[in-house]
Design a protein around this ligand. Structure first.
Ligand code: NAD
Length: 256
């Protein structure tokens, strides 16, 4: 269904971004992968994806903590029909001990990059009369947890930006929505486990069961394929009137 469409997925050399890129490519879209590194394996990943799905895939390096690099990514890609703002990092610490540089990095990568990329991508979408902006927010864009001040603030900001983008684009053929996953077992989650073990003074299994999945009533992690499937759905005609809103993929977390 996405033949002839170009998708840019920020932060897509691993985890959810890669899962979304995979599903968009499987649906026929040309894909631009991105991260801040420029390694052989990044370009190999693009070649693999291209071969698996018979679509064009490029890898373009750009650091999403820098506004000018965000905008350059869109330009270097030649614009896009589908923009997925996915890049994100996490840091877990008490508010009064939260390092200021971590705060700045999380706000820049998790929130401001979506502003810069969307601003650069919208004009061509408006001109084409069709476009999709998909922001990967989080259950933490709708609710909070202790020790995640910057992440929760940034993700709530992304949900706000999603509403404004949806309103400004209304009637243009361009929609903007946020996917709000609960816990998906990816490297960003894996990396939180040691911090959580320390903060809560628990072992790995107890942290997974009692801290992470305690908020997810289904008791199961969501998968990157499922999040990718929602992105493809948001690109379909059935989603033409879905805009400025959020879709939770959280096993019931935000219903609690
Ligand atoms: P991940 O660590 O696997 O992926 C993060 C991606 O962002 C990687 O590709 C990384 O290279 C990239 N990235 C990091 N800093 C960057 C920078 N400065 N410039 C460009 N790219 C950069 O983690 P993930 O779980 O796949 O997270 C992807 C998104 O999903 C994030 O926005 C995260 O907040 C969100 N999310 C994840 C979960 C979860 O449970 N895994 C839940 C809700 C939301």
């Amino acid at each position: 269904i996405l033949h002839g469409k170009r998708a840019i997925v920020t932060g897509s050399n691993s985890g959810i971004g890669l899962g979304i890129a995979e599903e968009l490519a499987a649906a026929g879209a040309e894909v631009v992968l991105n991260s801040f590194t420029d390694r052989d394996e990044d370009h190999a990943l693009a070649a693999e994806l291209a071969q698996r799905h018979g679509v064009a895939v490029r890898y373009i390096k750009a650091d999403m903590s820098k506004g000018d690099e965000c905008r350059a990514l869109i330009e270097q890609s030649g614009g896009c029909d589908i923009l997925v703002n996915n890049a994100g990092i996490q840091h877990v610490a008490k508010l009064e001990e939260f390092p200021a540089e971590k705060w700045d990095a999380i706000i820049a990568i998790n929130m401001s990059s979506a502003f810069h990329c969307t601003a650069a991508a919208l004009p061509a979408m408006y001109q084409a009369g069709w476009g999709r902006v998909i922001n990967v927010a989080s259950a933490h864009g709708l609710t909070a947890s202790p020790f995640k001040s910057a992440y929760v603030a940034a993700k709530h900001g992304v949900v706000g930006l999603t509403k404004v983008t949806g309103l400004e684009a209304a009637g243009s053929g361009v929609t903007c929505n946020a996917i709000c996953p609960g816990y998906v077992l990816t490297p960003i989650v894996e990396k939180q486990i040691p911090d959580q073990m320390k903060t809560h003074n628990m072992d790995r299994e107890t942290v997974i069961k009692e801290v992470m999945l305690s908020r997810q009533p289904s008791g199961e992690f969501a998968t990157t394929e499922q999040v990718g499937g929602i992105a493809v759905f948001l690109c379909s005609g059935a989603a033409d009137q879905i805009t400025g809103t959020t879709i939770s993929v959280d096993g019931g977390w935000t219903a609690l």
